[in-house]
Design a protein around this ligand. Structure first.
Ligand code: FAD
Length: 469
């Protein structure tokens, strides 16, 4: 009898424990992707990028004599339908850890078990399952560095090769059509502006990792902080959809380290930041929805999305160059350099005194590499309300940060058109990316700051000093 391989954020064939296990049985495998309640709840850019990834997986499966069956509906209902149509007796999937996915998966697992179906979940999204990493006193890590030290030298299994063939069933169940799902429909800029800048699918992701290890990892430690330089792996859009496994990145990093590329250690550390975020979200799911430090609930952050300063932040016209450059990079590429993310998050939550949830939600709608754990940790870390957070009183100065990390203004020139006689292609692409009603043009005068670096810092520190906790 067939096994249903339910794909979610594991859209690859290589290093895929659940798929490998399914193929090993010799039974027919029915690969299935469901546009379910979790997918429907996601933002415009993540859904757009997910659609690209699903299409790529479909092609990889076709090369293995298989297909990807597409269905839409509540996950448990769809699985029950496909089971009834195919006579499948087992459903395999790779585990996820964020509250939305976990809620769905718990319902699915107990529903299928009640039906007598062999429902099994496997590892694959993380290097270390959250319940395998504990502090000496038995809890989970709330601070990053001790966790890094605890896992750094752990032995991990090698990566699994993609199955040479995915055994097909005698008859295929019906499949929906990806085009009909219109997964990019809510992302106007998706097709023309963002798509040419995406690196989609398993083989492109593994190529990207190879190129990073060959050419950029040598200088990663310093270059990763310079937003005007292509100094990072760029793998976040692939990792978030599972087009590449974290284990493949981990082993590649270790090989580079053993080859004498000492900066590879910093890359391994970044991969462990991702683990840290997932472990936290697993143990404290409120990380995505409320202040992780609950005493921050009384902090007087503004929560009204309609405020002029929120609009200026989203539309990349705060008059603060570092902030606007980063927010424009987001519009054009669907991604943002890590330094940019820290700066825009700090500016929103400190200088503008707006709630981090406004930023978290905007990123969740606009990022093609949106990741429920990394995004939540990034925002709470920046705002000061999270675990291992930067203290609220440490306010990034977006002007001096620019002098430090964009000395020659390469980043600013790449993304801001105003003030330049010959704006760069990328800076001009911003105007193709944005909705018409933003009503912006490269000929506009560059705006004055909505809040200056100094005034914002003063107001933030005052609020912090007067807080009642
Ligand atoms: P590299 O420098 O090449 O790092 C390799 C991988 O390590 C990344 O792909 C990522 O998976 C992981 N990683 C690196 N930095 C971090 C970090 N600080 N926290 C957790 N994991 C990390 N990352 C996302 O993947 N999705 C998000 O939605 C997201 N939102 C963020 C929001 C804010 C406010 C902040 C401050 C950070 C956010 N990050 C997010 C983390 C980080 O900015 C990105 O992972 C990184 O910029 C991706 O680029 P890269 O793949 O070239 O990273």
């Amino acid at each position: 009898t067939p096994i249903i391989m339910w794909f979610r954020r594991d859209l690859r064939l290589g290093d895929h424990p659940a798929l490998t296990e399914a193929c090993k049985t010799g039974r027919p495998v029915i690969p299935l992707f469901i546009h379910d309640e979790v997918v429907a709840g996601q933002g415009a850019a993540p859904r757009f990028r997910l659609g690209l990834s699903v299409a790529a997986l479909h092609e990889s499966l076709a090369d293995k004599g298989s297909r990807l069956i597409l269905r839409k509906g509540r996950a448990l209902d769809v699985l029950r339908d496909v089971i009834a149509e195919t006579g499948a007796t087992a459903v395999y999937w790779s585990r996820l850890y964020d509250p939305d996915a976990k809620g769905r998966d718990t319902t699915v697992k107990s529903g299928l078990k009640d039906d007598g179906i062999d429902a099994q979940s496997f590892a694959g999204h993380l290097l270390f399952e959250p319940w395998t990493v504990e502090t000496q006193t038995g809890g989970f890590y709330k601070v990053y560095t001790p966790m890094w030290k605890a896992v750094r030298d752990r032995d991990l299994p090698g990566t699994l090769s993609a199955p040479s063939k995915v055994p097909a069933p005698d008859a295929w169940p019906a499949s929906g059509d990806l085009d009909d799902w219109r997964m990019g429909a809510d992302m106007q800029r998706g097709h023309d502006v963002v798509l040419p800048r995406c690196t989609v699918g398993e083989s492109a992701a593994s190529h990207r990792l190879g190129a990073f290890i060959a050419h950029r990892i040598d200088d990663y430690k310093a270059a990763r902080d310079i937003p005007g330089v292509d100094g990072t792996s760029g793998l976040s859009e692939n990792l978030t959809y599972g087009e590449i496994s974290p284990l493949a990145c981990w082993h590649a990093g270790w090989r580079a380290l053993h080859d004498g590329k000492s900066d590879a250690e910093t890359f391994l550390k970044e991969l462990v930041w991702r683990e840290f975020a997932y472990h936290l979200i697993h143990h404290t799911p409120r990380l995505t929805s409320g202040n992780w430090r609950e005493d921050w609930d009384s902090f007087p952050w503004k929560t009204d999305e309609r405020l002029a300063e929120v609009k200026a932040w989203k539309q990349a016209r705060t008059g603060i160059r570092f902030v606007d450059a980063a927010m424009r990079e987001l519009q054009v590429t669907g991604r943002m350099h890590n330094r940019g993310r820290m700066i825009v998050a700090s500016y929103l939550t400190k200088h503008l005194m707006c709630h981090w949830k406004i930023g978290l939600d905007w990123f969740a709608d606009q990022l093609i590499d949106w990741d429920p754990a990394n995004n939540a940790l990034g925002w709470q870390w920046s705002a000061g309300s999270g675990p291992d957070a930067t203290p609220y009183f440490r306010v990034f100065n977006p002007v001096t940060q620019l002098d430090k990390f964009d000395k020659d203004r390469d980043y600013v020139k790449a993304w801001l058109a105003e003030e330049y006689e010959n704006p760069s292609k990328t800076a001009l692409a911003f105007y193709d990316a944005i909705p018409l009603h933003w009503n912006m043009s490269p000929d506009d005068a560059y705006p004055d700051p909505v809040v200056t670096a100094e005034d914002g810092r003063k107001a933030a520190l005052e609020a912090y000093e007067n807080r009642d906790f």
